[in-house]
Design a protein around this ligand. Structure first.
Ligand code: YH5
Length: 290
């Protein structure tokens, strides 16, 4: 199976490693963007040396409760990085839900739109109808798109997680958005689905999405798995640890690798990770037994 993207047909025979690049404001310089742009590009280059197959570049933190970033701020962060990143020889993905950022990224040659809102985000209902994300993607002849399931929104998703058996809910939602997108003329080969680990689900629900990943693969679409450093992995501590012991995000490498490897072994096609070098090594173990 291939993932069709703007410039690359990505072979999904073996799992691909997508390296996360967060473009965050530069606390060292005078408020300009040069420092953070340079740091992000350096990070892109390092991830490629580490074996990243795809770069995923984002300018807004989507951690639970994180503040939103304005359109202008997000463009200022992400566009200078994308302009350089598309010259690095690997497919480049934009992690954003804002249609205007998607359009600017595609205009620069970005290969993939990765959207935690599955192209369904829209600003407050006041004012003129703005550019819609589905139209931006559908108007492009072949960019790739990753459609992710999220319960509620990043500000409130953990306040009231999902109820009941999440598997059919996540599967049916993703199948529906993929179908709607194809009705707008987007080829099936451009679409990747993602259960949205950590986005409005309990720890048990997140692990059910891994244990029963086969039910998501029944849709016939390839899957992206995003387990890297997520808080569901914080409890992976010795049984002797005091109750409530939690690993900080910086100490979640081992469980992140375990989750990525299990997801790949259970059929995930793309692994979205912070720790590319180590994930590539883990994937070599999978290849060795196949
Ligand atoms: C995803 O799963 N996630 S941003 C909280 C953390 C660690 C990591 C420390 N964008 C996904 O990575 N796009 C994000 O706790 C994504 N799938 C796709 N397709 C959140 C993130 C993170 C949040």
């Amino acid at each position: 199976m291939y993932w069709q993207t703007s410039r690359y047909q990505i072979d999904l025979t073996r799992p691909k490693v997508m390296g996360i690049v967060n473009v965050t404001p530069d606390s060292f310089s005078d408020g300009g963007q040069h420092g953070s742009t340079l740091a992000a590009i350096r990070h892109c280059e390092q991830l490629i040396r580490d074996g990243a197959d795809i770069l995923d570049i984002g300018g807004e933190s989507t951690r639970p409760g994180a503040p939103q970033v304005s359109l202008d701020e997000e463009l200022d962060r992400v566009i200078p990085v994308l302009r350089e990143a598309v010259r690095l020889g690997v497919p480049v993905s934009l992690d954003s839900y804002k249609p205007q950022v998607m359009q600017a990224a595609l205009d620069l040659g970005a290969d993939i739109i990765n959207d935690i809102w599955a192209l369904r985000w829209h600003e407050g209902d006041v004012g003129a109808p703005s550019l819609h994300a589905t139209e931006v993607v559908a108007a492009h002849p072949r960019c790739g798109v990753c459609l992710m399931h999220m319960h509620r929104d990043p500000q409130t998703m953990q306040v009231a997680p999902m109820q009941g058996d999440v598997l059919p809910q996540v599967r049916d939602f993703l199948e529906q958005v993929a179908e709607d997108l194809q009705a707008l003329g987007v080829e099936k080969s451009r679409i990747m689905l993602d259960p949205g680990i950590g986005f409005g689900k309990t720890v048990a629900q997140n692990f059910a999405l891994l244990a029963r990943q086969a039910e998501l693969l029944q849709t016939g679409y390839p899957l992206l798995a995003g387990w890297s450093r997520k808080s569901s992995l914080a409890g992976m501590v010795p049984r002797t640890a005091p109750p409530g012991t939690a690993l900080p995000a910086s100490a979640r490498l081992a469980p992140s690798l375990a989750a990525a490897l299990l997801a790949a072994e259970r059929g995930a096609s793309v692994l979205r990770v912070h720790d590319v070098k180590e994930t590539v090594q883990a994937m070599r173990v999978l290849e060795a037994i196949r």
